[in-house]
Design a protein around this ligand. Sequence first.
Ligand code: PMV
Length: 325
Amino acid sequence: MKTPRVTARAHTNIALVKYWGKRDEDLIIPMNGSLSLTLDEFYTETTVQFDSKQQTDHLILDGVTQPTTRVTPFLDIIRNQAGITAGAVVTSTNHVPTAAGLASSASAYAALAAAASKAAGLTLNRQDLSRLARRGSGSATRSVFGGFVEWQAGTNDATSYAVPIDEHPTWPIRMVTVVVDRAEKKIGSRAGMQTVVKTSPFYQEWVKKAQADLAAIKSAIAAHDIQQTGAIAESNAMAMHALNLTATPHFTYFTAGSLTAMHCVEELRAKGIPCYYTMDAGPNVKVLCEEQHVAAILTALQAHFDKNDLLVAHPGPGVQIIREN
Ligand code: PMV
């Protein structure tokens, strides 16, 4: 017996207030709430079909068969909820310009959660879909929604999920990605945040700051205040990256290219252009700004980076089922 074959599309998101540390490793309950912007340009499309003739799961990612080490435990959660035992065929494609090193677990697990739950016959509301996506990767919980999204930390599986803050922003906000390095990240987010929670003497200070940043950035976003929103996002990102240097062993995602991009943003700001940087678990730098300043920012960055390594993104939509047959 085969279930319907369902395809979902989910967009990646970039956190302006970061999630960096879990209170529950298994259920992926974060230490602090976070807030992100879902982006339209980068997304994953994933097709899932369960087939009772299949003993095991099969994963094809961008045309290449991959191990199912992380996918099978995630599908087991769905199989349990749906009361089925069939193996699944999962076919996933990342739509990121020219392998820019931006393939994201956020869009991957949000798309997988939506496609697999639907194929398995579950009807989940968006809150439950967000809770499910969270089990694959923390940041995926936010990609269920479009625009500005808050992940309410909660304390357990039932209370930890994302909520939309402004799904269709009328604010002409943009995110310029500077592709500093296309290589795979050396320290994954999972391992990085685990080391920090266990060993940084400043971890509790981070949690306090993130909570304060979250409250403040929500007011700044509601007021469409780029200076405030950007300043909070940049400060929050730097605190997260500073924390990594206080872990044992210490580590950093910064490279020479990251610093070049950040200096360039600071110079633009000194000239009166409101633009602000953030970074995640990798060397690429993302610059938050308004549409009217995109051209000047690209011109300045082009003095240091190839034009093809500068990608401009708009706010994007939440997860959608795009095909079912
Ligand atoms: O969900 P993960 O395991 O990919 O972790 C995401 C961590 C950051 O991107 C650095 C921050 C965030 O909130 O997305």
